[in-house]
Ligand binder design. Structure first.
Ligand code: GDP
Ligand code: MG
Length: 596
């Protein structure tokens, strides 16, 4: 155990976590240069394309230190997005230390701080790393100042790196050995192991990622998960070295995986404790929580015939994503589909992209909604996450909506713009403080519903990319909601309905009608778009009918151009849904939520 170091790399997005991980893996030589590809830990296409980590990955790095001894450095990668804070916290609970990366030209940002706080909550030893020192805009002294003042860490202990150019990588490995504590724990005590992740292998079932706190686990053991008492016989234990490498046993302080014929990842829960059925430990590791979805949306196939395929795809996807929850749903306009709960909008987009890409489906997602708490005149309370199911307002005595506490860090010059954005979104300014002379942290309480859609994009654009944002849910507050319906040629389209604060219902209705007008293509007849609250029409737009056949001008012309045009139309069509007589494109369902 003396020769093990368990640590995470934490950073604000884009500060170089994946690149540094790559360099550490290369330096320790567990992957041959020939097999190496950049961002080796980001295994999903979406992760590589977007440059974010969604699933955490672990890797055991063998390392011979300057003292001549063999060490095992377990690098536990954590997801890098606010949607996945709980997974991050479980990964950190499996570590003794963390490397905190700060970009030498960007300095400390919102998630640098948020991640540091999380790491400190878990009593981790922290090594500051100043990365991207190769950049001409690197300001090492300025960053050191921030490390001291904003983070309260010793700037002289920081390691300077260029992950891109491979500078300082050996110092990071040596620093991990020297500065981070070895794990403690009793190999002779009853087994206690913490699950921090799991993934699905089509041949072996669920692969559970865990850290042994006390005791030992080996193949053949009968284990159980303490949250639900489910027991399994262990088939294999081992460590991750990009590929799985089986081991005879895993003992206190070690990090690795187990395979035990577990059919779906939803049978294992991040944060749960594993122990032996016989002679197991008494107490589970503290901090276990069930995943809590915050954003809800319904998924429908564009072609109703694809419902069976969607069902299969959802089942398969859930094997690999325990935080995805769903149930059957149906809509008068869209037919059969699924109501789904997501950890956040990024999670929603990832699910949509995977369903479309990996399963070749064409889908419609309804406008995302949060969960409202509705109290009826009878005193009964119900949770509503689907605007289509919002009850008759005369039966309701009180409605509450979820609020978040948002921490936004921006250069001072954007303070006014951020203030305006947050107040426009019904935010309450709670506090602000200067982190340095020119950077400030602003704290707001905001309705979750106002941030789920395009808040982050807006923040980025008004601050020219400098603003950073982190949030946590703080609970429910009373609100005044109305249901905004949309009618297309007089027919109410339930999947377009949204719940809106009363004060902004009329303006939302107007903007949404304008958006729908932009999104819905002309048809052979006139199309009326109306926004309504109850029986009252609050906004209206009209799409005039087609005049010409689009292909008419191609007749007699270039045949390949004509074919291209038809193909383009066909492709466009795949994402159109017939609602009554009118074809509505996929994009229209999300467009109604856009604020301007
Ligand atoms: P992550 O979001 O923290 O995982 O960041 P990445 O490792 O994906 O890096 C974000 C971007 O910064 C990528 O374009 C990297 O190539 C780049 N980058 C990472 N480290 C360095 C560095 O040391 N120097 C320079 N110039 N760029 C770097
Ligand atoms: Mg990354």
């Amino acid at each position: 155990m003396k020769h093990i170091r368990n640590f995470s790399i934490i950073a604000h997005i884009d500060h170089g976590k994946s690149t540094l991980s790559d360099r550490l893996i290369q330096e320790t030589g567990i992957v041959s240069d020939r097999d190496f590809q950049d961002q080796i830990l980001d295994t999903m296409d979406i992760e590589r394309e977007r440059g974010i980590t969604i699933k955490s990955q672990t890797v055991s790095l063998p390392y011979t230190a300057k003292d001549g001894k063999e060490y095992v450095l377990n690098l536990i990668d954590t997801p890098g997005h606010v949607d996945f804070t709980y997974e991050v916290s479980r990964a950190l609970a499996s570590c003794e230390g963390a490397l905190l990366i700060v970009d030498a030209s960007q300095g400390v940002e919102a998630q640098t701080l948020a991640n540091l706080y999380l790491a400190l909550e878990h009593d981790l030893e922290i090594i500051p790393i100043i990365n991207k020192i190769d950049l001409p805009s690197a300001e090492i002294d300025w960053v050191k100042g921030q490390i001291e003042e904003d983070l309260g860490l010793d700037p002289e202990a920081s390691i300077l790196t260029s992950a891109k150019n491979g500078i300082g990588i050996a110092d990071v490995l040596e620093g991990a050995v020297e500065l981070l504590p070895a794990p403690e724990g009793d190999p002779a005590a009853p087994l206690k192991a913490l699950i921090f992740d799991s993934h699905y292998d089509p041949y072996r079932g669920t692969v559970v990622h865990f850290r042994v706190i006390d005791g030992k686990m080996k193949a053949g053991d009968t284990i159980k998960f303490m949250s639900n008492d489910a027991s399994y016989k262990v088939e294999e234990v081992g460590v991750f070295q990009i590929v799985r490498v089986p081991r005879k046993e895993l003992s206190a302080g070690e990090v690795g995986y187990l395979i035990a014929g577990i059919k779906t990842v939803s049978d294992t829960r991040c944060g749960d404790t594993i122990t032996h059925v016989k002679g197991g430990c008494e107490e589970a590791v503290a901090g276990f929580k069930d995943p809590t979805p915050v954003v809800f949306s319904s998924i429908y196939p564009v072609a109703s015939d694809d419902y069976e395929e969607l069902t299969t795809a959802m089942e398969k996807l859930q094997l690999n994503d325990a935080s995805l929850i769903y149930e059957k749903d149906s809509s008068a306009a869209l037919g059969f589909g699924f109501r789904c709960g997501f950890l956040g909008l990024l999670h929603l987009e990832v699910v949509q992209e995977r369903l479309e890409r990996e399963y070749g489906l064409s889908l419609i997602l309804t406008a995302p909604s949060v969960q409202y708490e509705v109290e009826f005149n009878t005193g009964e309370v119900e949770i509503i996450d689907n605007p289509a199911l919002y009850p008759d307002p005369t039966t309701i005595s009180r409605t509450s909506e979820p609020f978040i506490k948002a921490a936004i860090i921006v250069p001072e010059r954007y303070m006014g713009a951020v203030m305006k954005l947050c107040l426009d979104r019904r935010g309450i300014s709670v506090n602000y403080q200067y982190l340095t002379n020119s950077r400030m942290e602003m704290i707001f309480e905001l309705p979750l519903a106002e941030v789920v859609y395009d808040f982050y994009d807006k923040l980025k654009s008004i601050t020219q990319g400098y603003g950073s944002f982190d949030y946590e849910l703080i609970g429910y507050k009373e609100t005044d909601l109305v249901k905004l319906d949309f009618l297309i040629n007089g027919e109410k389209v339930d999947a377009l309905a949204q719940l809106v604060h009363k004060d902004r219902a009329v303006s939302r209705g107007r903007v949404a009608c304008e958006k729908l007008k932009e999104e819905i293509p002309r048809q052979m007849f006139k199309v009326a778009i109306q926004g309504a609250i109850g029986a009252k029409i609050v906004s209206r737009e009209t799409i005039s009918a087609f005049r010409k056949d689009v292909t008419a001008k191609c007749y007699g012309g270039d045949i390949s151009r004509k074919r291209k045009l038809l193909e383009k139309q066909k492709k466009g069509k795949k994402r159109m849904k017939m609602v009554g007589q009118v074809e509505i494109p996929q994009s229209a369902f999300l467009a109604v939520l856009k604020s301007d």
